[in-house]
Structure formats: C-alpha cells, structure tokens
Design a protein around this ligand. Structure first.
Ligand SMILES: NC(=O)C1=CN([C@@H]2O[C@H](COP(=O)(O)OP(=O)(O)OC[C@H]3O[C@@H](n4cnc5c(N)ncnc54)[C@H](OP(=O)(O)O)[C@@H]3O)[C@@H](O)[C@H]2O)[C@@H](O)CC1
Ligand SMILES: [K+]
Length: 483
C-alpha cells in the first residue's frame, strides 16, 4: 500500500490545465462520480436529495451530479444559490438537461423537503475569501438541515491548502474529493469538517507525477518497521538516551522512557536532572535511571521532557548522533538565539516536536499565525532549524528541510492530555534506535501514536480520560500486530 499524495491548489491548477481537453471532461467525471457515491449513500435510506449548487465549478459538479441522479430516478431538488449561469459548458448543459427532464430547481432553501442527503456543491478549491451573503446563508442552512451531508471536493468554506475555516463552513459527514487528496481536508478545521474522505482520481491517478506532500496512514506506514529477526538481541535495537526530569518533572522523562521501551528500543537510559530523583521506576524497572552525563553512550538522544532550565539542549546539540528536541528544549531553543547556529550546523539529524504554542515561540510569532497555515509554518521551522519537524495538533504536519511534508491522519482529541507529548518523543527515539532514518522514524512514531489513541478510543478507553500510559501500551500492541 503506497501513501496517498497531497496536492495543493496551485498544483491542482496545473493538472487542470494539462487535462482541460480531456474526454470525457473532468467535470463530467467528477459529477458522475458524485452521483454514484450519493446514490449509494441515499440508496440505503431512499429519501429525497437536496443538491446545493454554488456559482463556480464546484456548483458545476453539482449540476452534473443532479442530472445523473435525476436520470436514475432519485428525488432531487437543486438549490441554485446564486441563480447565475454556470461557467463551464458541461455545467450549462447539465443544468439544461436537468431542467428539461422536469427537475426541480429552487432559489431558496427548500424547507418543505426532508432530505435524507444534502450534497454540498457551494464552494470548492477555488474559493479564496470569507463566504458572504447568500453563500454564507446556504452553508448555514446545510449545517442546520440535520441530514447527512456529502461535500463535493471539499467542505464549502474550508481552505483547500490550509484547512482553515475562513468563516461559515460546511460540516460534512462525507467528502468526495477529486483528482487527489488536498492538504486542507486533513489538518486544522478541515479535520472536523471533512468527515470520511473518499477520493476519485477521475482516472488521472497514474499521470499526476511527484508531489511534495503525502498522507500518513497507519496501514501503509506500519510496513516500514521490519519484523524482528529470530537472532535479535538487545543490542540489535539500539540504546536511547533521554535528558530531562528536572525537580518536580521527573515523570515526563520517565514517561518518554517507558514509551521508548514499549515500542521497541533495546535499552533506555534516562538521565534525570533532579538531584533527588528516584533510583528506579517501579512500573518499568528496566529503565536505567542515571545522571544526565551517564546517558550519552547511546545511538540517539531525546532531550526536553521535563528538562526545565537544565543544559539539556546544549548537551543534545553537541551529541553526534540523531537527536529529538521536545518540550523544554524547544522553549530553550526559542529563547536563546546562540543555540541556533550550532544546531543548524549539526551533521546528524535533528527532530523537533513543537505544538502550536512552541512553534509560535520558535518562529517568533503567535499561535494564530501558526494555525493559519500549519504546513507553511512546519516547513519554515524545518528550513530555519535544518530539522525534521512535527507540528502537533489536529492533523499533525511532518515537515522536512528539503521542502517535502506529510499530514498524519491518525489520532483524536483524547491526545490532548498531559504526558502524550512525552510519550511521542520516546516513540520517535525508539524508532531511531531500531534503524529507521530520521524522516521515517518521525513519521512512523507520529502515525503510531495517533493510531494507538484511535485504537484506545475504539475500545472505549477515551477520548475522555485517555492517558499517555494507555497510549503507550496500545502502541506496543500495534507494533506487534499483523496487518
Ligand atoms: N481542479 C480541477 O481540475 C477540477 C475542478 N473541479 C471542480 O471545480 C472546483 C473549483 O471551481 P472554481 O475554481 O470555479 O471555484 P469554486 O470552488 O467552485 O468556487 C469559488 C467561487 O465562489 C465565488 N463566490 C461567489 N460569491 C461568493 C461569496 N459570497 N462568498 C465567497 N465566495 C463567493 C468565488 O468568486 P470570486 O471570489 O472569484 O468573486 C469563486 O468564483 C473544484 O473544487 C471542483 O469541485 C471539477 O470539476 C473537476 C476538475
Ligand atoms: K463543496
């Protein structure tokens, strides 16, 4: 299974140009695919379908879908939001054919219809401004309908590149997206608004070429970690050093250590800055609790969980193998400009794991600006710090210094609890120890961490009350499970 590509608006426009004379036209293919999916959804329920058509080509797709659904005897009402003639000739023809067949068209929300399905063809990827007037009102009516909602291409009001809801935005149960997956479906507000995402590549799949972005799905990513060989010993799976656990925060470093042990690191040395730290972890006595100076004989280093104002960051920067900088080490990096140059000059890989607040400090901006374009923010950090970066939050972004990126599709709001970040840092360290290169170790751990949280929720463990320890145990089950 290969990872699905992500295309942004500009990349999609190039595709659109290349295939503008395709036969059948792309809009015909998109509208037909929409009708097929809508029929399969509505077929289960058999009720009327309301199709909401906007002024652009997203509305064009809706008109083509309306024509096909009416021809296959579905009870269809089209709400023509602006009442203007569609731009694309295919849409003009579909609208005419639909009307000639006696199809119902209304200019107000059809309040007398109780739809079993509403198709959102108001705005697609071409929308670049805050929905206003009749467009905004139509979006609100769709959301208030109480019916199942199928969005065409992307939920109206969501920015296809950033996932930001500019203003009113449709909350879809399903989205049928065309040609390729778009970043905005999977990050920021897009995560909540897209519902289940279906892709129809309009038969262009093989012709799209390389893209800068990809999606992380557990079923594809899991194959990156090789099965254990029969003659493996603890030295085969590396030694991880962890620097953290200043006074009052030893738990953070210990959680990172437990996560690393339970997701496959051969040996885990935890260097605690707290002078009065415990001698061992009763729940995981395999963890070797040491002084910070005694954990550096390792294959990779995680610095930051609960490290407070210790010199963990400087020690990590000087370490000559891969490092993961988390939590307090990120704040130290943001505060002390002197660390930037040596960090950037490192020969071995650097991984950074900021949440939006930490990212804002690293880029000297505010959280709102980070969230306004999560992909661009992550890529900027990757470039500025010459690092592989995960920008955490709904739809975590993994970004690399070469300008490529991925969006993670696993995880849920249960992960917004204390300690889950420490667990993630430990898992990344464990994957480095097991021989994945830094980009893969990061992407694998991010996807695993979310998949583990999803598996917990599926069993009723969370989202409310989901703990980092639950996620760690579930992650161990996942790395050992068969596909
Ligand atoms: N890419 C492809 O190859 C294919 C694309 N296809 C389909 O085309 C879609 C892209 O279509 P599109 O570019 O025409 O823009 P679309 O997203 O429909 O809408 C944006 C329009 O809304 C307008 N607008 C008007 N009033 C507004 C208001 N009050 N508030 C806010 N906006 C308002 C806005 O007007 P403007 O801002 O320009 O004045 C703009 O013209 C794509 O998602 C897919 O469904 C498929 O057919 C397959 C092939
Ligand atoms: K839409």
């Amino acid at each position: 299974m290969s990872a699905p590509a992500l295309l942004n608006n500009a990349e999609l426009r190039v595709v659109e140009q290349r295939f503008r004379d395709a036969s059948p036209p792309l809009m015909e293919r998109a509208g037909r695919a929409s009708a097929v999916l809508a029929a399969s959804i509505a077929g289960e329920r058999g009720g009327p379908i309301v199709i909401v058509a906007g002024p652009g080509n997203n509305g064009g797709d809706a008109w083509v879908a309306a024509q096909h659904l009416a021809q296959s005897f579905h009870r269809v009402t089209v709400f023509d939001v602006m009442g203007t003639a569609p731009r694309a000739s295919e849409a003009v023809a579909a609208k005419a054919a639909y009307g000639a067949g006696g199809g119902t068209v209304v200019r107000e929300w059809p309040a007398s219809v109780r739809p079993s399905l509403v198709i959102d063809g108001v705005l697609g990827i071409g929308s670049t401004r805050v929905p206003e007037g009749a467009i905004a009102a139509a979006i609100e009516r769709i959301n208030a309908s109480g019916a199942r909602v199928l969005a065409l291409d992307i939920a109206s009001g969501i920015d296809a590149d950033t996932g930001v809801a500019r203003g009113a935005a449709v909350r879809a149960d399903d989205t049928l997206t065309f040609i390729a997956m778009k970043p905005g479906l999977f990050t920021g507000d897009g995560v909540e608004h897209s519902g289940v995402v279906h892709l129809d590549d309009l038969d262009l799949g093989a012709e799209l070429g390389e893209s800068r972005g990809m999606l992380l799905e557990w079923e594809a990513v899991r194959a990156w970690l090789e099965p254990r060989r029969a003659n493996a010993h603890k030295g085969s799976h590396g030694t991880l050093g962890i620097l953290g656990g200043a006074a009052g925060m030893t738990g953070a470093a210990i959680l990172a250590g437990r996560a690393a042990l339970r997701t496959g690191a051969g040996k885990v040395l935890v260097g605690l800055y707290d002078e009065r730290a415990p001698a061992f972890d009763p729940e995981a006595p395999e963890l070797m609790l040491r002084k910070p100076a005694d954990v550096l004989d390792a294959d990779a280093l995680v610095a930051g969980p609960g490290s407070g104002s210790s010199p963990a960051l400087a020690t990590a920067i000087a370490f000559e193998k891969p490092i993961v900088l988390d939590a307090d080490s990120l704040n130290d990096l943001a505060k002390n400009a002197a660390h930037r140059k040596p960090l950037k000059a490192r020969k071995a890989a650097t991984i950074l794991t900021p949440h939006p607040g930490e990212a804002a400090r690293l880029l000297n901006t505010d959280t709102k600006a980070i969230q306004a374009d999560r992909i661009a923010s992550a890529l900027r950090m990757a470039e500025e710090f010459n690092a592989h970066v995960v920008l955490k939050g709904a739809g975590s972004i993994v970004a690399h210094p070469d300008g490529t990126y991925a969006i993670n599709t696993t995880g849920n709001p249960g992960l917004a609890s204390g300690g889950t970040g420490d667990a993630l840092a430990g898992m990344i360290g464990a994957m480095l120890c097991q021989g994945l290169d830094a980009p893969r170790a990061l992407a694998f751990a991010v996807c695993l961490h979310g998949a583990a949280a999803d598996a917990c929720v599926a069993r009723g463990v969370g989202p409310v009350g989901l703990t980092a320890s639950d996620v760690i145990l579930e992650a161990r089950a996942l790395v050992n499970s068969e596909p």
